[in-house]
Ligand binder design. Structure first.
Ligand SMILES: *[C@@H]1O[C@H](CO)[C@@H](O)[C@H](O)[C@H]1NC(C)=O
Ligand SMILES: *[C@@H]1O[C@H](CO)[C@@H](O)[C@H](O)[C@H]1NC(C)=O
Ligand SMILES: *[C@@H]1O[C@H](CO)[C@@H](O)[C@H](O)[C@H]1NC(C)=O
Ligand SMILES: *[C@@H]1O[C@H](CO)[C@@H](O)[C@H](O)[C@H]1NC(C)=O
Ligand SMILES: *[C@@H]1O[C@H](CO)[C@@H](O)[C@H](O)[C@H]1NC(C)=O
Ligand SMILES: *[C@@H]1O[C@H](CO)[C@@H](O)[C@H](O)[C@H]1NC(C)=O
Ligand SMILES: *[C@@H]1O[C@H](CO)[C@@H](O)[C@H](O)[C@H]1NC(C)=O
Ligand SMILES: *[C@@H]1O[C@H](CO)[C@@H](O)[C@H](O)[C@H]1NC(C)=O
Ligand SMILES: *[C@@H]1O[C@H](CO)[C@@H](O)[C@H](O)[C@H]1NC(C)=O
Ligand SMILES: *[C@@H]1O[C@H](CO)[C@@H](O)[C@H](O)[C@H]1NC(C)=O
Ligand SMILES: *[C@@H]1O[C@H](CO)[C@@H](O)[C@H](O)[C@H]1NC(C)=O
Length: 569
């Protein structure tokens, strides 16, 4: 009897097990199958699973210091399945992609871009993406390295191709299949978010595969590889060697930055320390000339040094006058150390020439000459350059794109984004800005440096790629302002999914620019180029409500400039 009772009870318990498991699963929201078998059927023959882990909410995930490019892991993640897949892209190359598959999925995917020449899965940006509910994807671009290390590319055209476009393209393709296999559902929308090299990757993918994304967010795009990475060498040579009489010591850059703000700030109509119309200003450094009475001798410029500064702002042109790449904009002098501050040209130029163009580790910056850009454009190793201006296929399938660039970017000149925009307007929009803006909008961000941050208390945070992690490793969106008015990704989603065009995005900064727990310092709208934010002339300058998008009449004439200088002195 007792035994039978035990069996009965046992059977009841057995019958209950699935119910209990289901209940626990539902409560925790754990999907039943976060293991190798969940994805295998979705993979092409040359892909294999490297790792699958279930991450319980509150935990961290990544590869730590083994991931040279992204050693910092996102923390406090939601419940998710983390997957790493390895893809053999050619007999001599392979790339990996990572996925975060959240339990609470929003039926959408987002692909995150990379940075510089770095190789590593961008788990950190994926951490921000997954908090919106996206299934997040990122590739290591086919190698493991820090941002300026390009030695992996030596004599390896296949690895160059992986970095150039193939790893991102393949990751989106495979990622989509894996996601649909895992959730057993169709993906509703596909998004992209990347800055710098990530901007280039996004533009390239739109150009070669217009169906990959419904919505694309690209920042500070290093799109013009063959021209930009040779300009980097050229501009570096202006300030070399260190012993040249025209060399400007990096210690003078902060004083130059201050002087440029003094001269250029007011030209946009508001004196707030932020240069919003850099193109209206051409800095006159004669006021810092060493032979001028009263000039600080530790922060002065000789005639030869003033010439160096002028060259840094100048457009780089081929012998016939054809534009190769535009120069730096006034207002980025705080970041000049990036391309003008070393005893050699920046690694982005030097190592591009060494390992991408010439496969010659002994190539020196002194070997640079003006025939290099043409060679780079002709050979374009890895097919990395994203210079297709015909976005009609992307437009015609309903794609929407938002591009932005910090006007105080001293690494990738913002005028490079103007150039891409202008050429798309000419090519795809038939010269019509309004028609182009129906699917593509470009936002200039006054006072923001490369991809994020500010040296002048400018509103810089709007949930662009890599911006969340500057506020914290578990941060996402714009803390305190998680809505489509302040978060450009949410705004892009509204444009793609509801047809709500993005007429402005309000950017935010805090008393401590990278600490969102300090009080909000300033908010201001970013406007679709060529419009810019216009102050109403009476409201609080630091409040977004006092601004609207419009056209500001610049004070161009040098007479008025000198007048303004007298007034502000
Ligand atoms: C391997 O993967 C790539 C995608 O990265 C694809 O283009 C290629 O055709 C695949 N090769 C084979 C042999 O399946
Ligand atoms: C996704 O698409 C399905 C089917 O088309 C639809 O029922 C669902 O509401 C969509 N979900 C979202 C989040 O848009
Ligand atoms: C730059 O200036 C600093 C002092 O401000 C000095 O120590 C350094 O040697 C200078 N560098 C060069 C290359 O002249
Ligand atoms: C002179 O310039 C140096 C270097 O920028 C700076 O540290 C110093 O404070 C300046 N002196 C004055 C009186 O402005
Ligand atoms: C150039 O500077 C780097 C450090 O920035 C140093 O390691 C290297 O030795 C310097 N090279 C020369 C030729 O001075
Ligand atoms: C220019 O530089 C390239 C690369 O260093 C070199 O191959 C070429 O011979 C140079 N051309 C001239 C005219 O010096
Ligand atoms: C490079 O990419 C373009 C599209 O951007 C494509 O038309 C071309 O065939 C590619 N070239 C090579 C060598 O892969
Ligand atoms: C530009 O495009 C807009 C929107 O498509 C259209 O309304 C306008 O007439 C066009 N302007 C010109 C000058 O063609
Ligand atoms: C992110 O984590 C790293 C490593 O733990 C830490 O050094 C860094 O300060 C964190 N970043 C922020 C913004 O808190
Ligand atoms: C689209 O509009 C609906 C209704 O206003 C709103 O609930 C939804 O959040 C919007 N979707 C996006 C992606 O903005
Ligand atoms: C951010 O600011 C808050 C409030 O002032 C402060 O408590 C916190 O320590 C700051 N965090 C960092 C990383 O500085």
């Amino acid at each position: 009897m007792a035994r039978k009772g035990w069996t009965e009870r046992f059977l009841v318990w057995v019958a209950l097990v699935p119910i209990i498991v289901t209940a626990i699963t539902k409560r925790r929201g754990v999907p039943p199958a976060c293991n190798d078998h969940s994805f295998v059927d979705a993979l092409p023959a040359n892909a294999s699973i490297e790792r699958v882990d279930f991450v319980e909410s509150g935990n961290t995930y990544g590869e730590g210091p083994r991931n040279l490019m992204y050693p910092i892991q996102p923390t406090n993640l939601p419940d998710l399945c983390a997957v790493t897949i390895r893809v053999k892209s050619s007999p001599s190359s392979a790339y990996r992609l990572g996925l975060f598959l959240p339990v609470n999925w929003n039926n959408r995917i987002i692909t995150h871009g990379n940075g510089g020449f770095g190789g590593g899965i961008n788990w950190l940006d994926m951490g921000a993406g997954v908090r919106y509910g996206f299934a997040a994807i990122s590739t290591d671009t086919g190698h493991s390295s820090t941002t300026g290390d390009v030695s992996w590319a030596l004599n390896n055209p296949e690895m160059k191709t992986d970095w150039g476009w193939r790893s991102l393209h393949g990751s989106v393709e495979i990622g989509k299949k894996v996601v649909e296999e895992y959730y057993k559902k169709k993906i509703n929308y596909s998004y992209y978010s990347g800055c710098s090299t990530g901007g280039r990757q996004g533009l390239k993918e739109v150009q070669i595969s217009p169906d990959s994304f419904d919505g694309v967010l690209v920042g500070s795009a290093a799109w013009y590889t063959s021209h930009l990475n040779t300009w980097v060498s050229k501009v570096g040579t202006y300030n070399l060697p260190l012993t040249a009489p025209n060399h400007i010591n990096t210690s003078v850059f902060p004083a130059m930055a201050k002087e440029v703000i003094r001269q250029c700030d007011l030209l946009d109509g508001v004196q707030d320390g932020i240069i919003s119309a850099p193109d209206a200003c051409s800095p006159d450094y004669t006021v810092m000339a060493c032979d001028r009475p009263g000039v600080n001798q530790s922060a002065c410029l000789t005639v030869a040094q003033i010439e160096t500064a002028k060259k840094a702002y100048s457009n780089y042109r081929a012998a016939g006058g054809v534009l190769l790449y535009p120069g730096l904009s006034p207002g980025c002098e705080n970041q000049w150390s990036q391309v003008l501050g070393q005893n050699m040209t920046s690694l982005y130029g030097l190592n591009y020439a060494r390992y991408f163009l010439y496969d010659d580790p002994d190539w020196r910056w002194q070997d640079y000459n003006d025939s290099v850009p043409a060679y780079a454009a002709r050979t374009d190793p890895g097919n990395a350059t994203a210079d297709d201006y015909d976005l009609a296929p992307f437009r015609d399938r309903g794609g929407k794109m938002i591009m932005y660039h910090g006007l105080a970017d001293g690494l990738v000149p913002p005028k490079g984004s103007d150039l891409y925009w202008d050429r798309v307007v000419a090519t795809t929009g038939g010269g019509n800005t309004t028609a182009t803006q129906a699917f593509f909008r470009y936002f200039a961000v006054p006072g923001m440096g490369h991809c994020g941050g500010t040296a002048v208390d400018a509103p810089w945070n709007f949930a662009g790629p890599a911006q969340a992690s500057s506020l914290g490793n578990d941060s996402w969106s714009v803390p305190g302002f998680r809505d489509a008015r302040h978060d450009v990704l949410l705004a892009l989603m509204g444009w793609v999914e509801n047809g709500t065009a993005v007429d402005a995005v309000v950017a935010t900064t805090w008393d401590k620019a990278a600490n969102a727990s300090t009080p909000v310092r300033r908010q201001r709208p970013l406007c679709p180029y060529p419009a810019m934010a216009k102050w109403d002339g009476k409201g609080e300058v630091d409040a977004a409500g006092s601004w609207s998008c419009g056209y500001v009449t610049f004070i161009y004439s040098s007479y008025l400039i000198s007048l303004c200088l007298c007034v502000t002195k």
